[in-house]
Design a protein around this ligand. Structure first.
Ligand code: SAM
Length: 218
């Protein structure tokens, strides 16, 4: 079976198991995950599991990417901040959902991974994704405010700069916690009031940086 067939099968399975919307299903079907995976793991690219990408980091499992996209309710034209680019896969799926009129600004802590992500994204023609090297726990003020924000590493708590950089009416999805982790959906209403919901238990690598886990080192 070739990559295209495997990807289609995985997207079908996720659609069935997660009751995916047509838009998220299409995005999962369109993005070639094997391009983002190191050579030795390409054979597993369409298994629904995280895989190593080097530097102690992982590419997220496809079901987690699909769930976070559904929870964010991504629309054409949205300006989105991603914290934790990794190899760029999740950003590519989000880029499909926000379309050419939308933008994804993605901050990655590890310069080598940011370079890898840039190469992967540009090879596939995702020119609506901007990868920045830095501490995404502080957000990315030059492009703020954002319609949607999501974080792909678990934080001790929701970083206040991210709350401030979210537009009124915006939504954030972020894993919080160290050993036990919970996926939090944070909504900011038009008056700026914050409401948080707990989606459930998840497993992510720890967030570094100023609002991350200071004890964790590379
Ligand atoms: N988005 C990725 C994907 O496409 O599968 C998954 C990324 S991986 C699970 C989490 C990433 O967050 C790692 O690449 C890690 O280096 C990055 N990270 C951790 N702390 C960070 C911080 N403070 N700022 C930016 N990136 C951070």
């Amino acid at each position: 079976m070739d990559y295209d067939e495997r990807r289609e099968r995985l997207a079908e399975r996720l659609r069935y198991e997660l009751n995916l919307s047509q838009r998220v299903y299409n995005a999962m079907k369109n993005v070639p995950r094997h391009i983002f995976v190191p050579e030795r793991y390409k054979i597993e690219a369409y298994s629904d599991t995280p895989l190593p990408i080097g530097f102690g980091q992982t590419i997220s499992a496809p079901h987690m990417v699909a769930i976070m996209c559904e929870l964010l309710d991504l629309r054409e034209g949205d300006k989105v901040l991603e914290v934790g680019t990794g190899c760029g896969y999740h950003a590519a799926v989000v880029a499909e959902l926000v379309g050419k009129s939308g933008r994804v600004i993605s901050v990655e802590y590890i310069p080598e991974l940011a370079e890898m992500a840039k190469a992967n994204l540009s090879a596939l023609g995702y020119d609506n994704v901007y990868v920045v090297v830095g501490d995404g726990s502080k957000g990315y003020p030059p492009e703020a405010p954002y319609d949607k924000i999501y974080v792909t590493a678990s934080a001790p708590d929701v970083p206040q700069p991210l709350v401030e950089q979210l537009k009124p009416g915006g939504r954030m999805v972020i894993p919080v916690g160290e050993h036990a982790q919970w996926l939090i959906i944070l909504e900011k209403d038009k008056k700026g009031n914050i409401r948080k919901k707990n989606w459930g238990s998840v497993r992510f690598v720890p967030l570094r940086g100023e609002y991350g886990f200071k004890s964790v080192r590379y």
